[in-house]
Design a protein around this ligand. Sequence first.
Ligand code: GUN
Length: 280
Amino acid sequence: MAKLIDGKSISKQIKDELAQRAGELAKAGCTVTLAVIQVGSDPASTVYVNNKKKGCEYIGIRSLSYELAQETGEEELLALIGELNGRGDVNGILVQLPLPGHIDEDRVIRAIDPTKDVDGFHPQNVGALCIGQPGFVSCTPAGIIQLLKRSGVSIAGKECVILGRSNIVGKPMALLMLRENATVTIAHSRTTDLKEVTKRADILIVAVGKPKMITREYVKEGAVVIDVGINRSETGKLCGDVDFEDVEGICSAITPVPGGVGPMTIAMLLHNCLESVNLQ
Ligand code: GUN
């Protein structure tokens, strides 16, 4: 039977450590502040944003909420970011993605002061990660490293296959696993003989957005399987990109959905908010 990697309890452990640090900063007169911007009212984004604000409250970070109308113009959003960049009392700025189609996401990300970019999406931070310099790291991949380390999974020298090549998860995940001395492969929708590639993995990280796509035929016996997907099955139940029931019999450890990677993203966002104080 596979070991369950419990993201809920590991994220709680991290949040409690962060709450202590936030308390020490507050005693030293520093109230850490995160500005959260949401454009429009996509229900999934609203859930994510509310969870982020709750996380802030839990550890003692002040959050400022900017809820902008769906039809907000790009220039108006850029002006708000410019104002927040200039405010000494704002440490982190988060713009919830996706943005409405009429707004250029890349331009918005580039407008955020890299020292306040707690999502780690700014090209300067992505570049810093690439060459091993200090900077903010994208929260989901950073959370997966913590999940592995705190579950006692050793990474150095292991074959790691990452399925998915997004800027938010796949690419930074590969760079982080490389930093941890894994041998890294990124597989994707155009990979030939995908099963042959994923079956090489000691650590398989799946971020494709396809419900239950990964069955046991894709997994080497004894592998550690990390499921980044959050999907709805035909019955409306939350499920990952991995067919959990099928794969748990063959792997050595696996993350559930929900309660695996998801809670770690917020924990690492809060971690980045506290880090921002050192960078500014
Ligand atoms: N949308 C989905 N995931 C994320 C995230 O980690 N940060 C932001 N800003 N938007 C997202």
